[in-house]
Design a protein around this ligand. Sequence first.
Ligand code: FDA
Length: 396
Amino acid sequence: MTHYDAIVLGAGAAGMMAAIEAGRRGRQVLLVDHATSPGEKIRISGGGRCNFTNVNATVATGRERFLSQNPRFALSALSRYTPADFIKLVDRHAIAHHEKTLGQLFCDGSALEIINMLMTELKRARVTVELGTSIEAVEKTEAGFAVRLSSGSVTCEKLTVATGGKSIPKMGATGLGYKLAEQFGLAVTQTRPALVPLTFETGALEKLKPLAGVSTNAVVGHGKTRFEEALLFTHRGLSGPAILQISSYWREGDAIVVDLLPERDAMEMLREARAKTPKLAIQTVLAAHLPRRLAQMLGEELNLPGMIGDFSDKNLAAVEALIKRWALKPVGSEGYRTAEVTLGGIDTRELDGQTFEAKKVPGLHFIGEVVDVTGWLGGYNFQWAWASGWAAGQAI
Ligand code: FDA
């Protein structure tokens, strides 16, 4: 039976980073994945260009932008391995990149460059990589762990679980990490799909469906949380960055509130239209500021026939309320099939915040998405994977 100092389960972003760091320290490391290619989610991320970090994914914003039952848990790892550290690595490999918006860094070329970079680093760190290999059983031994793989059994002193969340089962997500946590008696917080499009009941959907394909800049809010980004109407409901962001906060039964005209004082705009273009219908007035099909639908919803010149202040207030505080009640989300991440995971109280070692099970570490830390959209989740992987890599 081959013995390793450390075995890392899952060759995604977090697992590759942990294996590289441990290998660099001279540890004998085995990295295992059932997929035949490493980093499948890196490959499809950012529309194929991988939004590999966000310059704002730092300790300063960490408590707000990384959701967890313990919002402080991520801070230590985020402070020890920063976006600047990952950018340095990307620059050393001469991967051209650019900031798209809101601090989001993307490859100019392809996400494959990030995967190739990590594979090169794994090779340099002399990590043994076994792909296309199932993990059949994990057991605690006196000296560490025994892992039964489809290729045979192996043992190790330190075992790191980096098998990700439940999102996109088609791409190899299995929830193995949660099962292992359960096996070792570690608590797992409730998990749910996040960064995911929201869906609507049939009646509401009938109204939204004709808008499929329309995109507009909006502020989408839930409670005190607000995101100003694109909102996209789809055949199933609402999507786009503003919706994906709010989906991490929304819960069944709640409404979301949409401001369709975030840059304008709507009342001022409507009064101006009433004075200057009194013969226009409300749809036509709105179409000067919003996509035409959306303006049409809002006009129908308002049911205020006639010309804006004849509208009372009360009529204008009704228009203003609809475009600035449009309340929508989703019934659900598209689920793990399309969710970018899983909210919740291994309860952070079970883990050491410096090393990600389970307090009850010495030598067993959990990193990346499987842990109850979920970032905002826009490179935050990869930064969490790199930072937690790096921190575990120093300890295993
Ligand atoms: P990850 O899921 O990457 O890796 C887990 C690995 O474990 C996989 O290789 C899997 O095959 C393996 N595994 C699972 N179960 C196993 C089992 N039973 N046996 C063996 N192996 C097993 N984030 C971001 O910051 N910027 C972005 O641009 C995007 N874009 C994006 C697009 C899409 C479509 C998705 C679905 C997700 C994103 N994300 C993102 C989120 C990001 O991909 C995610 O947060 C990280 O990949 C998490 O990294 P991990 O290494 O923790 O898990």
